[in-house]
Ligand binder design. Structure first.
Ligand code: CP3
Length: 380
């Protein structure tokens, strides 16, 4: 038996796990008792857990200071630095979970498409994939070889975090990854992506198949390295109709989630997905991410009883004043109504211009008002 960061590591070959070789170690039990993992499993917890997408980022002066010395990709690919930034966010904010500092697009770099982060345009793919010939040029990715730095960062982070703070690993869902590969960067209308999907469906399906396979092995690698929850980001899938989602996306997101070990909670996240919630639920996940465009109570009702939810404050609320932040926390907690299985989060990432004190105030307010006894006393 090994010990790491206060957790007990056991070796197992549980028959439920699909990829036993990648999941030789399972972390027990301190994080299992955390409010976050209890919420993922819809068990009652002492408080509503809160963490924030992009909790380590430019809104924090310590992060900006590090970035003035180190490039973004270099930071992501240096395990000690990525672990330090991950832990710093937890310590500064007092959130209930860590998310490994990395980027969604990291797995695209070893495919040989020329990933660069430009300070003006954000991520740019120098050689986008828009044809079968482009697809055939993609270098096959073996995460254990070309993305080992993420596994290493997870191991270091797990060792440095308090045992009761779970560590979230993540990856992009096939659609959102495909959208960057095909567009060559961020996009407004996803015109190239949708053209490929409609005009060259065989090429589209082959691309989605390739991305889903890489994602399964990337997430299994993160799990084996010590990630205790996995989040699948399908940030831009809300641009599709439900019919197109079902035909062109659902089977691949479903295959990714089905390819993960059954003992690790999965958060399935998207934005602008009010019309896709039932279909995303079918694709899978123990927790469905909601953005601010939906009422949390109504969306949860629609999803049915067998799933937890995460969300759903508008990140722009953090640009206002503490009184408004508090008002909106009260509203979201009352929509959740004390039902086990709510993880408080933003509907999307923290904006760089957000005042640090507002983020800290948000976390404190969720802890104050989301304590089980306060919810019971006020009938939230
Ligand atoms: O949440 C966290 O704190 C963990 C780290 C994290 C980052 N990116 C760091 C980052 C996570 C979980 C992501 C996910 C990510 N990256 C997504 C999915 C979530 C979402 O926002 O929808 C997407 C689409 C990306 C791709 C990406 N990376 C974009 C579009 C950009 C540019 C926009 C921006 O915010 O700068 C990035 C860069 C990026 N990823 C930064 C950080 C901290 C800023 C880089 C910098 O320091 O200059």
């Amino acid at each position: 038996m090994l010990r790491l960061g206060g957790d007990v590591l056991v070796t197992g070959n549980d028959a439920n796990r699909k990829d036993a070789s990648a999941c030789a170690e399972v972390l027990l039990p301190a994080a299992e008792q955390s409010a976050l993992i209890k919420a993922c499993r819809r068990q009652p917890a002492a408080n509503t857990p809160v963490w924030l997408m992009r909790q380590a980022g430019r809104f924090m002066k310590e992060y900006r200071e590090i970035r003035s010395r180190v490039g973004f990709l270099e930071l992501c690919k240096t395990p000690e630095a990525a672990a330090a930034v991950t832990v710093m966010a937890v310590e500064k904010l007092g959130v209930d979970a860590a998310i490994i500092f990395s980027d969604l697009l990291l797995p695209l770099e070893p495919m040989g498409v020329g990933l660069v982060y430009s300070s003006s345009e954000g991520p740019v793919i120098e050689h986008p994939v828009r044809s079968v010939a482009d697809l055939e040029r993609l270098v096959p990715v073996v995460p254990a070889e070309s993305l080992w730095c993420v596994a290493e960062a997870i191991k270091l982070t797990r060792a440095a975090l308090p045992a009761g703070v779970p560590l979230i690993g993540f990856a992009g869902a096939p659609f959102t990854m495909a959208s960057y590969l095909v567009e060559g960067g961020s996009s407004r209308h996803y015109a190239h992506t949708k053209s490929l999907m409609y005009s060259a469906p065989a090429c589209w399906h082959a691309l989605m198949q390739l991305l889903s396979e890489v994602t399964v092995s990337y997430l299994n690698m993160q799990r084996a390295a010590g990630a205790q929850v996995l989040q699948l980001f399908d940030s831009w899938v809300g641009c599709l109709s439900e019919a197109d989602y079902r035909e062109f996306v659902l089977p691949y997101s479903q295959a990714v989630i089905a390819g993960l070990p059954g003992d690790v909670p999965v958060i399935h996240f998207g934005t602008g997905t009010a019309h896709l919630l039932a279909a995303m639920r079918e694709a899978g996940g123990d927790v469905i991410g909601l953005d601010w465009r939906v009422n949390l109570h109504d969306a949860w009702e629609m999803l049915g009883g067998s799933v937890a939810v995460q969300g759903n404050l508008d990140p722009c609320v953090l640009l206002s004043e503490p009184a408004e932040i508090r008002k909106q926390v009260v509203r979201i907690l009352s929509e959740a109504n004390g039902r086990p299985g709510h993880i408080f989060n933003l509907g999307h990432g923290i904006l760089p211009e957000t005042p640090f004190d507002h983020v800290k105030y948000l976390v404190e307010t969720v802890h104050e008002l989301g304590a089980a006894e306060v919810i019971v006393a006020h009938g939230a």
